[in-house]
Ligand binder design. Structure first.
Ligand SMILES: Cc1ncc(COP(=O)(O)O)c(C=O)c1O
Length: 392
């Protein structure tokens, strides 16, 4: 089906300056991976976000895989994760041997809270994953207090929450691991794929370049001939006395050059998306059957524009928007416990009524940054007309 307004796979367009940055890097980068643009991107990202250590990786899933490895789970260890999130918030931890325990979300903000997480903590819990879903920053101060009380590791999945601030600090900087995505859909994208892993601990920070890049490192002594005993070394510091095996999760130089450049524009993109979202939400205030999460602050970057539709009319609404208006609304974050992938692994049971209720009634509007003002007007008028025709 051809849509007049599709749910686009491309989040934003690039400025001429951004295109020039890419072309310059294409012409001059040597090497094309693991070079000066990587270091410049990581340094600029640290300054932007207020973190000490940031590592560019191939995508946010790779960052989550590294975080999962560094959790070093033992048999019987549990990790608490919301059932309402993207799949890669969860499966890297199952791959590393943790038992996944599903937490519910807050029905208003649609993210986990200290309270919903605390309901799932047992004596076996080792860690928690906190996705700032839809671009809204979860209550990290309260969640970190909870983590401290129970001695738990925390992974902030800020894949959707670049630039979001929670009580004056940027999302991804509160916890042990902060994960960012520059995938095609995100508020800034490094040509479709890209990610960053932020960590706090110095020892952990030392090991991440090796985990990211095949264990490559320097020899710990000065060599007379640069090719003897080999061109480079492979080694691994043991963390907590345990073996670690490396990966190749590198991000190329062109993507890094663009990532650094996009940091100049991320606040502007977030502001424009938030202003549009607030305008849209306020313009629909006379339709209380459409329930948005309204947040007029930097705590929300409105990566996505999601709403709950009351009276069990969600599917009717999406169908009418598609067939009568040519607008492709979607549903998002099928509770992970409902997928065969997780059910087959024994993670098919979740007591998360608010997540279930929200998913079963939610709609996500097309909301990419490159929508024109005319597209936004059409989206708004169409939404009004469809709601009126449904006599909700
Ligand atoms: C909440 C969340 N976590 C993780 C990811 C994975 O990001 P990536 O595609 O960069 O691996 C995504 C991307 O869609 C996401 O939305």
């Amino acid at each position: 089906m051809e849509f007049k307004i599709p749910f686009s796979g491309r989040a934003h367009d690039y400025t001429e300056e951004e295109i020039d940055t890419v072309v310059t890097a294409m012409k001059s980068a040597n090497p094309l991976t693991q070079g000066k643009y990587l270091h410049a991107f990581e340094e600029k990202f640290c300054d932007y976000i207020g973190a000490k250590y940031a590592f560019a990786v191939s995508n946010a899933t790779a960052a989550l895989e590294i975080a999962a490895q560094l959790c070093q789970f033992e048999s019987g260890d549990e990790i608490v994760i919301p059932s309402h999130t993207f799949t890669s918030s969860a499966y890297p931890f199952a791959k590393k041997g943790a038992r996944l325990v599903w937490a519910d979300i807050d029905p208003k903000t649609r993210v986990v809270t200290a309270e919903t997480l605390s309901r799932k903590i047992t004596k076996n819990t080792r860690a928690m994953v906190v996705p700032h879903l839809y671009g809204y920053g979860a209550d990290m101060p309260a969640i970190m207090d909870l983590a401290k009380k129970h001695d738990l590791l925390v992974i902030e999945d800020a894949a959707q929450a670049m630039g979001v601030e929670i009580e004056g600090n940027k999302s991804g900087t509160f916890s042990d691991f902060g994960v960012f995505s520059f995938h095609s859909h995100k508020n800034i994208t490094t040509l479709g794929e890209g990610g960053i892993l932020v960590v706090k601990d110095e020892e952990i920070a030392k090991v991440i370049p090796l985990l990211r890049h095949n264990g490559h490192c320097a020899f710990p002594y000065t060599r007379k001939d640069y090719w003897i005993p080999a061109m480079g070394n492979l080694d691994f510091p043991r963390i907590h006395g345990k073996d670690l095996w490396p990966n190749n999760y590198c991000l190329g130089e062109i993507e890094c050059a663009l990532g650094a450049k996009l940091l100049d524009r991320v606040d502007q993109i977030n502001l424009e998306k938030r202003n549009r979202a607030l305008y849209f939400i306020d313009a629909l205030v006379n339709f209380p059957m459409l329930e948005f999460h309204r947040e007029d602050s930097v705590r929300h970057n409105y990566h996505l524009l999601a709403a709950r539709i009351l009276n069990g009319q969600r599917d009717n609404f999406i169908r009418k928007m598609a067939l009568e208006k040519g607008i492709q609304c979607v549903v998002q974050y099928y509770p992970l416990n409902r997928y065969p992938l997780y059910q087959q692994a024994g993670f098919g049971v979740a007591d998360c009524p608010d997540a279930d209720e929200f998913f079963d009634n939610m709609v996500s509007f097309p909301f990419h940054h490159w929508l024109s003002d005319e597209d936004m007007d059409y989206l708004l008028t169409s939404t009004r007309e469809v709601l009126e025709s449904m006599e909700l």
